[in-house]
Write a protein that binds this ligand. Structure first.
Ligand code: ADP
Ligand code: MG
Length: 349
């Protein structure tokens, strides 16, 4: 062998050994499997779908995510005896209640959101929610007097926080985390899935959705915007998402009808009654579901014009609003992302 040949020979040997090492190190490529579980949580049928190495790993991750959701529900529900919120309300005007870090951070976030949303989002309106009782056995249209009375007890500055101790100074006040806790639970479920090795998943808790990663083929998750027509389970549009949340609030889910008027579960603190404007649904795109949950409710109360203006002014948040006359309005960053599927609905340019 000449010197040149030797050099070439050595080089080839090195290359071959690399190829062998690389082949040996590459794991057997297994196709991920889809694992899915539905469960009744947070007053709704939850759905979690993951792509996992195998069924066992997928189911284990999903079960941990549901356990986290149930733990949050058990601390933040007004209705569950023994929850932090239950204790806070029960001790209104009397004593401070030591709450979990979770509850504390959600309450603090909610309080911040009151100012940010020009007072439309207010967790201190528990009395009004209780009074209308939407979805409860006692739901009815209250008298004007009852509404005025409840409105005297919604001052959020009466929520006193010292460390982990929360106290409602007003004995007639109640707090309600129904407009924020579900989003927080969805974010936490996604975090738990990630922690358990899941890189691609879809979490849907009755309209509060998180798309984790993208699908294994690299395409985004397609998420539908529900038809706001009462009784319809169809989808009017879709949006592609990865590592993003989409949350919808509407007047078509929980309501009752009296004298031809539909009374739903989103209360305008100013009137003390369910919001009445041109909107039927508000969908928020955001990095976190907790923000989407609050903002979908808040924008629903603000109405079309103020709602669009408000979201345009927020960094990293986009919105799609649907009106009673079947028009869709999107913020500038959402406009090109929405694909209409139902020709009855029209995206306003
Ligand atoms: P859903 O829970 O059906 O997804 P939303 O996310 O729109 O609906 O939240 C509605 C819930 O938020 C109500 O059931 C009530 O608990 C609470 N809520 C209603 N009005 C307000 C408000 N103005 N500010 C804060 N929370 C509200
Ligand atoms: Mg909401």
């Amino acid at each position: 062998m000449t010197y040149k040949d030797k050099k070439l020979y050595r080089l080839l040997t090195i290359i071959f050994s690399f190829v062998i090492i690389l082949t040996a190190c590459t794991p057997k490529s297994t196709e991920p499997v889809i694992v899915e579980q539905d469960d009744f949580v947070l007053g709704t049928v939850g759905k979690i779908r993951v792509y996992a190495e195998n069924d066992k790993a997928g189911n284990a991750a999903i079960e941990k995510a549901y356990a986290r959701i149930v733990a949050i529900e058990n601390t933040m529900s007004t209705a569950i005896e023994g929850s932090d919120v239950y204790h806070i309300n029960k001790n209104a005007g009397e004593a401070a209640v030591e709450v979990k870090d979770d509850t504390l951070s959600v309450i603090k976030k909610a309080i911040d959101y009151k100012e940010l949303t020009n007072d439309v989002f207010n967790i201190a309106i528990g009395r009004l929610i209780e009074l209308w009782g939407i979805g409860k056995d006692w739901q009815k249209v209250p008298t004007e007097e009852e509404i005025l009375d409840a409105k005297n007890h919604v001052d959020i500055t009466q929520v006193e926080i010292k460390g982990n101790n929360v106290m409602l100074r007003d004995p007639d006040m109640l707090i309600d985390l129904g407009g924020i806790a579900k989003g927080y639970a969805v974010d936490e479920a996604a975090r738990v899935l990630r922690e358990n090795g899941i890189t691609s998943a879809f979490v849907n808790m009755g309209g509060d959705v998180y798309a984790l990663g993208s699908k294994p083929d690299g395409t985004p998750w397609n998420v539908g915007i529900q038809d706001p027509e009462v009784g319809s389970s169809g989808i009017i549009a879709k949006v592609g998402l990865s590592d993003e949340s989409i949350v919808t609030s509407g007047d078509y889910e929980r309501y009752f009808i009296e004298n031809g008027v539909r009374y739903h579960h989103i209360i305008d603190p100013e009137t003390g009654a369910p919001t009445r404007n041109e909107l039927v649904s508000v969908t928020i795109l955001s990095k976190k579901s907790v923000d989407g949950d609050v903002l979908s409710t808040a924008v629903f109360i603000m109405g079309l014009e103020e709602g669009i203006r408000f979201i345009e002014g927020m960094e990293g948040i986009e919105a799609v609003l649907v009106t009673k006359d079947k028009k869709m309005y999107a913020t500038s960053g959402a406009m090109d992302r929405v694909e209409i599927l139902d020709p009855e609905y029209q995206l306003q340019k």
